[in-house]
Design a protein around this ligand. Sequence first.
Ligand SMILES: [Zn+2]
Length: 91
Amino acid sequence: MILTNISNELKTEEAKRNWFDYWTHFSESPKSYCSEINCCNSNSHGAIVKKETHFKSDTFVIPLCEKHSNNYTFQIEVSDAVEMIPIDFCL
Ligand SMILES: [Zn+2]
């Protein structure tokens, strides 16, 4: 599926790692891979994405590898199996 990456506001390495910690906290399988569909690197950074439907858009956190995290792309194709954690869970 294609997601809209809105992580351009995550300017620091620390912010990306903090969102990765958030994702790991809620994930049922945190030891896994980058969400990008063709990537086999292990995940280490969080990204904030929007999934849009006809009626609404929801915001989620997904894990990416360092390379995909640092090469910001507005749209990113991810595996349908990726675990997407809603951004508004309470820690
Ligand atoms: Zn990757």
